[in-house]
Design a protein around this ligand. Structure first.
Ligand code: SAM
Ligand code: SF4
Length: 355
């Protein structure tokens, strides 16, 4: 066990030693022992954030990552290019922390676009400052944006995020709408404190042609306050939404998409429900993650990270980096195990992994 700059204990593989690849067939893609193939890459670009959502960050924010431990824009782009060219990644999503906190996000997107001309490049953001940055990000090659918004009640928003910034988030959403980003996707974490606001949020999203998806809260908060008995389940949320809207189950957009879709009042509007805890989709998971410090994380809940930054800065070739990434993913765990009696949350919180 070592302690890293985030101040959180975690296991990290000795960079000189590759994870075991016993039994791995000689295939180019990011396959694992359970037959899953990763095609969706999440890249965290920072641990800093303009909000302090209680289900994610501690009140004081996460301890800062030393600047020289953060991947630079060219380093991120190199890994993105490699992932798309050599490892079968099709979609790349920049996340964090709050990616808009990085002044060089435009450069990250632009260089990634050059490195991976045909990949889908997307951003997950809390929307604060998006109105000013969006034109440059789109010009740099960004394709899609997901914005997180849990409630449109200003007091509840301020309590949940510990910041009175609802207007700034809404300005970001409106800018994305006006820029013609379609479908504009909104993400909301289901929280007991805002459960009664859910129908209003859905009506608000439908009125703006936005596709809202509710996500069950996972035990990934830095405060470790998550409790199974307290969390809002998908079933509970559906019951609350069902009091105001007619909801008809419409299945999933594609089998590996985590959201189950429901037609709202006969459609065409839909609402998505991501039941990450009560109806886990681990068996169809197609994600791989790079943390802001350049480690591969094969699962949100797996602390066993593989350091690519050390290799990258040590002059490793693309082939060596790709081999290490494949080995990391081969060892991906079967599932999050939240319902198992011996479940323990991972040492990094959501903001330190990249959601
Ligand atoms: N700051 C950006 C944002 O909020 O969209 C990007 C990073 S955030 C960690 C990515 C997504 O993870 C957000 O949609 C957020 O709501 C979600 N999230 C954070 N903590 C979560 C938790 N404990 N359970 C479920 N989703 C969570
Ligand atoms: Fe920041 Fe996003 Fe975490 Fe909220 S969910 S604290 S906006 S990183």
């Amino acid at each position: 066990m070592t302690t890293i700059a985030l101040g959180l204990p975690q296991r990290r593989r000795d960079p000189a030693q590759a994870p075991p690849i016993d039994g791995r067939p000689d295939l180019a893609g990011l396959i694992d022992r359970f037959g899953r193939v990763a095609r969706d890459l999440r890249v965290s670009v920072t641990e800093t954030c303009s909000l302090r959502c209680t289900y994610c960050m501690p009140e004081q924010g996460l301890p800062a990552i030393a600047r020289d431990e953060l991947l630079t824009a060219p380093e991120i782009a190199r890994l993105v290019g490699l992932a798309v060219r050599e490892l079968g990644i099709r979609e790349v999503r920049f996340t964090g922390g709050e990616p808009l906190m990085r002044a060089d996000l435009g450069e990250i997107v632009g260089l990634s676009r050059q490195a991976a001309p045909d990949a889908e490049l997307a951003l997950t953001t809390n929307g604060i400052g998006l109105d000013k940055r969006l034109p440059a990000l789109l010009a740099a090659g960004l394709d899609r944006v997901n914005i997180s918004l849990d409630t449109v009640n200003p007091q509840h928003f301020a309590r949940l995020t510990r910041r009175d910034r609802l207007d700034a988030v809404i300005a970001g959403i409106e800018a994305a709408h006006e820029a013609g980003i379609a479908p504009l996707k909104l993400n909301a974490v289901m929280m007991r404190e805002t459960l009664a606001d859910a129908p209003e949020l859905l009506a608000w999203a439908v009125a703006r042609d936005a596709r809202l998806r509710f996500i069950e809260q996972m035990p990934l908060d830095a405060d470790r306050a998550w409790a199974r008995e307290h969390m809002v389940t998908a079933a509970e949320l559906l019951a609350v939404l069902g009091e105001r809207f007619g909801l008809v189950e419409a299945g999933r957009h594609d089998p590996s998409a985590p959201a189950e879709e429901w037609l709202v009042d006969g459609g065409p509007a839909t609402v998505g429900i991501i039941a990450s805890v009560t109806r886990s989709f681990c068996q169809a998971c197609d994600r791989t993650r790079i943390t802001a410090e350049g480690t591969v994380r094969s699962c949100l809940f797996g602390d066993d990270e593989t350091d690519l930054r050390v290799l990258l800065r040590g002059g490793a070739s693309d082939a060596e980096l790709a081999e290490r990434w494949r080995a990391a993913m081969w060892n991906k765990q079967a599932g999050h195990g939240i319902s198992l009696p011996d479940f323990a949350p991972p040492s990094r919180s959501m903001g330190a992994i990249g959601g």
